[in-house]
Design a protein around this ligand. Structure first.
Ligand code: NI
Length: 183
């Protein structure tokens, strides 16, 4: 596999604070290429052979705004079995419904735009139903739970110019811990 040439913006870059816009169809060639470059990059970032060779930080998701493009598109790559990956291409997502139950990632969330460890709780819905469009512009719905639900919410925040670090209480990073389930 060849490492795609993509440039991921750092948290200090104000472009990350942009509100991304609705995508119209058909997608441009450039957008399709970027979607697949992002998937390849994330996949390689999770494979030891490649992340060692290219010195990559492992990542699960990327929103277009992290590549400097303010469009409502994100991708997620999940290792479902050892060396076996599945991906999600999500365009114009909207939360249809969500659980009342909240969860948080015990070891803390990570982000390819945030090059440091940040401790603290980011409350997320444990389960959601999300409506979105696929690459062909067809409307679909998906139910997500646990870590994929967290990943979807993390990426949807990016589309609204929000980073996970914004959601951590500055004075008390573990505030309301007892009201949520750790995953
Ligand atoms: Ni992120």
């Amino acid at each position: 596999m060849k490492l795609p040439e993509i440039n991921i913006l750092d948290e200090k870059n104000k472009i990350l604070r942009t509100q991304s816009k609705e995508v119209t169809f058909p997608l441009s060639k450039e957008d399709k290429k970027l979607i697949h470059d992002a998937i390849d990059y994330l996949t390689m970032s999770q494979i030891p052979e490649y992340y060692e060779k290219y010195n990559l930080r492992p990542g699960m998701g990327l929103a277009f705004i992290q590549l400097g493009i303010p469009k409502n598109i994100f991708v997620i790559v999940e290792e479902v079995d050892e060396g076996e990956f599945e991906h999600y291409i999500i365009i114009n997502p909207k939360i249809v419904s969500h659980s009342e139950e909240l969860i948080y990632v015990g070891e803390g969330e990570g982000c390819l735009s945030v090059n440091r460890e940040v401790d603290g709780i980011v409350p997320r819905f444990a389960r959601m139903k999300v409506q979105y469009q696929n690459e062909d512009g067809e409307t679909e719905t998906i139910r997500v739970r646990e870590d994929i639900s967290v990943a979807f919410q993390h990426e949807m925040d990016h589309l609204n110019g929000i980073l996970f670090i914004d959601k951590i209480d500055k004075k008390n990073p573990f505030k309301d811990k007892e009201k949520m389930r750790e995953i």
